[in-house]
Design a protein around this ligand. Sequence first.
Ligand code: ADP
Ligand code: MG
Length: 233
Amino acid sequence: MNGLLELRGVHAWYGRAHVLQGVDLSVAPGEIVALLGRNGAGRSTLARAVMGLVERRGRLLWRGRETASLRTFEIARLGVGYVPESRDVFPGMTVEQNLVLGQKAAKAGRWTIADVYRLFPALAQRAGVQAQHLSGGEQQMLALGRTLMGDPALMLVDEPAEGLAPMVVAQLAACLDELRRQGMAILLIEQKLDFALDIADRAYVLGHGAVVFTGTPAALRADASTRREWIEL
Ligand SMILES: Nc1ncnc2c1ncn2[C@@H]1O[C@H](COP(=O)(O)OP(=O)(O)O)[C@@H](O)[C@H]1O
Ligand SMILES: [Mg+2]
């Protein structure tokens, strides 16, 4: 497969804890790939490995180029956007200030603040509000918007639907779908199976730091034993 991002035999560690155990995974341009698994399976660690935030080994190719020796800011500059679980926004700054800070200093990206407001109309109405006063859904949209301002070709989005009401999750799904329509590749780390499988083109399931399933959402829906063993509680 012609991956935008391609991992081959990737291992990752926290100190002596060996978490990722040889993961192969790829994401093609314009594709939403769901990364599923139970808590502790290693999904967030995989995102951190791609960003160079944990000790890692193996091949981590971006458009065919090895990134294993690059620093986090260099990987981001290549076009990899990261929206961590913690939804990092600056709480004391307004929505608009957060978006401005998401822009990479050197060059104006494809995304303007107006584009972000078009994608997330709720944010436009809250432009002057400090991020700490936003709802969980609005904070998630701001975290996504801030990453978009950095002009990524791929976004690693870690559990965006966590803690959000069903209606907000549906809005989020529509936004991710719209991003894909515009050519964005998304690695969607999730716990909410239906949300992820409804919008993903392909899915991977991680278990104990290794890929235990890869295939289409339909194939995973049909595979009750994989779901029971590796996803459902
Ligand atoms: N900062 C850390 N230091 C040590 N171990 C960690 C750290 N973060 C995560 N782990 C461990 O790595 C494993 C995978 O965690 P994680 O990637 O967060 O899983 P997931 O995102 O799938 O829930 C777990 O066993 C977890 O306890
Ligand atoms: Mg996680």
